[in-house]
Design a protein around this ligand. Sequence first.
Ligand SMILES: CC(C)(COP(=O)(O)OP(=O)(O)OC[C@H]1O[C@@H](n2cnc3c(N)ncnc32)[C@H](O)[C@@H]1OP(=O)(O)O)[C@@H](O)C(=O)NCCC(=O)NCCS
Length: 166
Amino acid sequence: MLAVRPAKLNDLDAITEIYNEAILTTDASFDIEPKTDAEQRVWFDSHGHKYPILVVELDGVIVGWAALSEWSDRCAYADTAEISLYGKEGFRGKGIGRKILEEIVVEGEKAGLHTIIARITEGNSESVHLHESVGFEHIGIMKEVGQKFGRLLDVRIMQKIYPSKS
Ligand SMILES: CC(C)(COP(=O)(O)OP(=O)(O)OC[C@H]1O[C@@H](n2cnc3c(N)ncnc32)[C@H](O)[C@@H]1OP(=O)(O)O)[C@@H](O)C(=O)NCCC(=O)NCCS
């Protein structure tokens, strides 16, 4: 059974394992080197109520995570976040990504965010599909902004704006 909950510090090793596998084997992340525990601790500590991290468990095993991270440290951007979403290798394509994406979008609204930005490597049609299905719109394409595994990569920007409460 799938269960989504806020991440705790002792989930960080499982989160890091999932992320580092994706760094090494996919172009979804533009990181090239695996993250160290110390780097991940800084990342974890930069999240909280306003910028949540969620994990999804399958029968008690963490099989994915999602985060809403600060888009910029310039104060006027405070209600804008960037989404990250990773499923564990071997468990993809089974509804885990959809489940945690739907939940983190709800958490972002509860946290008082106004908008979420997604940067998706061009060609990741599964991720584009999932984001569209929870209300993200296409904003544009940044051409040839990354290079990984010997290929120049375009990045699609998608955005979800929460309805105004007024
Ligand atoms: C992207 C990712 C998080 C999705 O998680 P997942 O558990 O594999 O996804 P799900 O099984 O919940 O959903 C996949 C959806 O994509 C659809 N899909 C599958 N292949 C597709 C394709 N080639 N094109 C479009 N849609 C596709 C599925 O039908 C499903 O949609 P549905 O729920 O409407 O039926 C996961 O594959 C992953 O971690 N990939 C590597 C890292 C990554 O790309 N992260 C996203 C960075 S933006």
